[in-house]
Ligand binder design. Structure first.
Ligand code: MRU
Length: 350
């Protein structure tokens, strides 16, 4: 049994009835500041500027954004029409392109607007999305940890913890569970250039839990793998296509290629809300390009000479053939491919 009081204490997205409070991830770990969003446009801006980030967390934040929009446009009986919140829905949909959880959550909320059309039902739906995500993470933590042999070392990338989800985390949830169960003996995490989700966020979460871990430069991954200290690479996902191809933070693909070369195993951990069965393969996933300025600086300090140009894709796609295990709250899919994904979908349908 995992001690969640120790391993699940951080809440980055907090709904307080009339406002959404977001732990500002641009400022962590040096400052712990909650940003208050009182309307949907503020939520959309917070998603776009990475105040809140991580696929499940942006879906949850967007769902509460819809509640704020509905509250602003409801009639005296709390009823709201889809057309009345059109500009807010559009802004939320346009906030980031790659993580499908955002669109999944907005589709769910839009269905509630169309079928029930009242603020109370929307608020209940958003709270349910958040609760389901936390339950999924705790379930995936146990399923994923069970795949890891005692005494193993793991490497993770980006931040997939409480900050990126409703709580506990996806890949970081597996690491939390694996450490709690005594299976994982060594934890390494990358810095995750250029935005430093690893250096700033994953390190902070692990430190808060008292989990010993070591940060590596992104470019140290091959050397680490060749040293025999890690047996698994454990990562999250932003969108998983119907054939198992997986979009995740830029750099995941090179870790996957290296893992195969060095004989390590790759585990992708994500709730079913990250699976997009309407996207046939990874080729069809829209990869977000962000401001080159993010790459020309280290943190907020400019390091490249004036005039240097940069290309800044922030996700990449790992082909399913490089994935050994995909863990969702519906179960474990070994060697995910189109057949296995469709079989899993059919078997796990409620
Ligand atoms: O750009 P970010 O920080 O939103 O990217 C986050 C990731 O790529 C995570 O690995 C992914 O969203 C899974 S989080 C549980």
């Amino acid at each position: 049994m995992i001690d969640y009081d120790r391993y699940d204490r951080i809440r980055a997205v907090q709904w307080q009835g009339n406002a959404l409070f977001l732990l500002d991830q641009r400022r962590l770990p040096l400052e712990e500041i909650m940003l208050e969003c009182r309307d949907a446009h503020a939520v959309a801006a917070a998603i776009a500027n990475l105040t809140v980030r991580g696929a499940p967390a942006i879906g949850i934040a967007a769902a509460y954004g819809v509640v704020l929009a509905a509250k602003a446009h409801a009639d005296a009986d709390g009823r709201v029409a889809s057309a009345a919140i059109g500009s807010e829905l559009e802004a939320l949909r346009a906030s980031r392109p790659t993580a499908v959880n955002l669109f999944w959550a907005l589709d769910r909320m839009q269905a509630v607007v169309e079928h029930e059309g009242n603020v109370a039902a929307l608020e209940a739906a958003a709270i349910q999305i958040e609760r389901d995500d936390l339950a999924a993470n705790r379930c995936m933590g146990s399923l994923g940890a069970a795949l890891i042999a005692p005494g193993s070392g793991v490497l993770t990338h980006c931040n997939t913890g409480s900050l990126a989800t409703a709580g506990f985390g996806t890949a970081l949830g597996v690491i939390r569970a694996g450490v709690a169960e005594g299976r994982i003996a060594r934890v390494f995490h990358t810095e995750t250039r250029p935005w430093l989700q690893g250096t700033r966020l994953t390190a902070w979460e692990l430190l808060k839990d008292g989990i010993p871990a070591q940060l590596i430069a992104d470019s140290a991954a091959a050397h680490l793998m060749s040293s025999g200290q890690v047996q698994w690479v454990v990562v999250g996902a932003d969108r998983i296509a119907a054939n198992g191809d997986t979009a995740n933070k830029i750099g995941t693909l090179q870790l996957a290629v290296l893992a195969r070369y060095f004989g390590l195993r790759l585990m992708v951990v994500a709730p079913w809300s990250t699976v997009d069965m309407r996207t046939t393969s990874g080729c069809d996933i829209h990869i977000e390009l962000r401001d080159p300025e993010e790459l020309l600086q280290y943190g907020s300090v400019r390091v490249a000479a004036a005039g240097v140009r940069a290309w800044n894709p922030v996700f990449d796609v790992t082909p399913q053939a490089l994935i050994d295990a995909m863990v969702t709250e519906r179960g474990v899919i070994e060697q995910p491919d189109a057949t296995a994904m469709h079989r899993h979908l059919a078997a796990a349908k409620p």
